[in-house]
Design a protein around this ligand. Sequence first.
Ligand code: FES
Length: 101
Amino acid sequence: MFKRLAEAERQAVDAPVRITVDGLDVACRAGDSVAAALFASGRDACRDTVVNEVPRGPYCMMGVCYDCLVTIDGRPNRQACMTQVEQGMNVERQHGAREVR
Ligand code: FES
């Protein structure tokens, strides 16, 4: 559904930042948001709703809708659209309700 523009794809290939998403290696462009990296790697869902477990994915890409929540480096409920990728980051899809800590 989503794909990078040619220049952005070249930048991702030339200077990749490597992250893992659900245990799989994903090459990203420096400065990408986690949500952009998820889209560019072919993923359109990053969590399931708490009530009926319907898949949800980034929608507004500006920090308003909270449909992009993921677990990053073990911390749940991080907004993928508001978080820049970092080398070695571990991103996991969220399933159901999170524990209150
Ligand atoms: S996509 Fe809406 S808050 Fe992240």
